[in-house]
Design a protein around this ligand. Structure first.
Ligand SMILES: Nc1ncnc2c1ncn2[C@@H]1O[C@H](COP(=O)(O)OP(=O)(O)O)[C@@H](O)[C@H]1O
Ligand SMILES: [Mg+2]
Length: 442
């Protein structure tokens, strides 16, 4: 800050006291001068513009930053109205004394914050002027604008995300619906493929049960003839001719054979009807879809159901070895597990070209139910193993494979929080391993 030099009192007095006073005053003036210069230099170092105006707005003092901003000499500023000076420079300020204002410079992107404070001289009540500071806030403004833009962008992105989320939720819901439809369709398709075999499995016992019933019918006629003859013998006891006839008839009508054979064919027929009953039960459980609720079940039964359905395919191609351990009941989707075992068993059968062995094992270990299904079929190269759980991946000819069996299997095991993995050697065979944690019904 630049100011006019301060002139001391006239030292022309020859009086000693006066001279002393004069020196004292001189010293004081010098001190004041030093303090004033220090203060002015301090104000000149401040990056803000600082202006002291009187009540009518004329500049009384200002710092170097203000003079530099106006590109004017200090003395050309003093006494002039501060708002006019700023307007000339292109900063449209009015004389308002509102404490804080933000103003943009004409034809530039620079922003300034103007703060006006009333200035009161010691001993007076009314303001004797104002101190105004003007700060270049372009950087802060740009920064806050950028922040605002970023904020806006973030809000927009959030809205987008929200929309996408809603779309995703919708897509997920429809996917889930489709998935359960696909699950059911694939299951029905597999049963469709197996239908001939299943029908054969039912027809076969029904066939021999029918023929057995025919035989039993004939045996019964002969039996009743014989009973008639015995009645006749009982009516005339001691008649040797009738007794001889009974003995003869017993031989010619092969009564002993009829009795033995009747027992055998009844046993055989009961076995047959058991078998039919099992198949029908398995079919029933396959055609039901689990309605989203886990129920306690013995996984061995799921495996047995699947074997029943696929039996006709297995029996001509493979010896089936069952090594089923005792398993605890677990909360699960039994019909979906039926399908898992059916898918793996059908694949095993299809992998065996001529004759082979399929081994099914189950055991309980470490709070998990473990199952493995091995076949001595064609095996797989690593590049096939890597893809078997992909939906629609199949190496089978059109009409034989949909490529969905194992992807559904995988999903079902995941739904049970379990694991499925495969070991396969090309030309030797394949083992599917399953682990499902036991969940006790509670
Ligand atoms: N036990 C197995 N032995 C050999 N290859 C198998 C066996 N199980 C599955 N694969 C292979 O995995 C593929 C996918 O099986 P899957 O998903 O059941 O579909 P699909 O049986 O309809 O082809 C099969 O095409 C076959 O190449
Ligand atoms: Mg399959």
């Amino acid at each position: 800050m630049v100011s006019k030099p301060v002139t001391g009192p006239n030292p022309e007095s020859h009086d000693d006291d006066l001279l002393r006073d004069h020196r004292e005053l001189q010293r004081l003036f010098e001190q004041v001068e030093i303090a004033k210069t220090e203060w002015e230099q301090t104000m000149d170092c401040v990056p803000e513009m600082v202006i002291l105006t009187n009540t009518s707005g004329s500049v009384q003092r200002c710092n170097k930053t203000f003079a530099d901003y106006l590109q004017k000499n200090y003395y050309d500023i003093i006494g002039r109205n501060w708002t006019l000076l700023l307007c000339e420079r292109g900063l449209p300020v009015n004389a308002s004394h509102d404490s804080t204002r933000t103003i943009r410079e004409n034809s530039s992107e620079r922003w300034y914050e103007i703060k006006t404070h009333p200035y009161t001289t010691k001993g007076k009540n009314a303001a004797s002027g104002h101190v105004t500071t003007i700060t270049d806030i372009t950087m802060q403004k740009k920064f806050s604008q950028q922040l605002e833009e970023k904020n806006h962008q973030i809000m927009e992105n959030l809205r987008d995300l929200n929309d996408k989320n809603a779309e995703l939720a919708e897509a997920y819901a429809s996917l889930k619906k489709t998935q359960s439809q696909v699950l059911q369709q694939e299951k029905m398709a597999s049963i469709g493929q197996l239908a001939a075999g299943v029908a054969h499995e039912i027809n076969n016992p029904i066939g021999f049960i029918t023929s057995n019933l025919n035989s039993l019918g004939k045996y019964l006629t002969r039996l009743s003839d014989f009973i008639q003859l015995q009645k006749k013998a009982l009516a005339s006891p001691g008649d040797p001719a009738i007794l001889e006839e009974v003995r003869q008839k017993e031989k010619t009508m092969k009564m002993n054979f009829i009795m033995d054979d009747s027992m055998k064919i009844i046993e055989e027929s009961l076995d047959g009807s058991d078998r039919v009953q099992k198949i029908v039960q398995s079919l029933k459980s396959f055609s039901r879809s689990d309605d989203g609720k886990r129920v306690p079940a013995d996984i061995n039964e799921c495996l047995e159901s699947a074997v029943n359905i696929v039996w006709n395919e297995i029996k001509y191609k493979a010896a089936l070895k069952r090594e089923l351990g005792i398993l605890p009941q677990t909360l699960c989707y039994p019909n979906q597990l039926n399908q898992v075992f059916m898918n793996i068993l059908i694949n095993a059968v299809q992998a065996i070209k001529n004759q082979g062995t399929i081994t099914v094992r189950t055991w309980h270990s470490d709070d998990s139910i473990r199952a493995s299904i091995s076949d001595t079929g064609c095996g797989m190269p690593p590049e096939v193993v890597a893809r078997i759980f992909e939906p629609f991946f199949t190496t089978k000819e059109v009409g034989k494979g949909t490529g969905l069996g194992l992807s559904i299997t995988y999903e079902v095991i995941k739904r049970h929080e379990g694991e499925i993995w495969v070991e396969s050697t090309l030309g030797e065979g394949t083992t599917f391993n399953i682990r499902i944690p036991v969940i006790e019904a509670g």
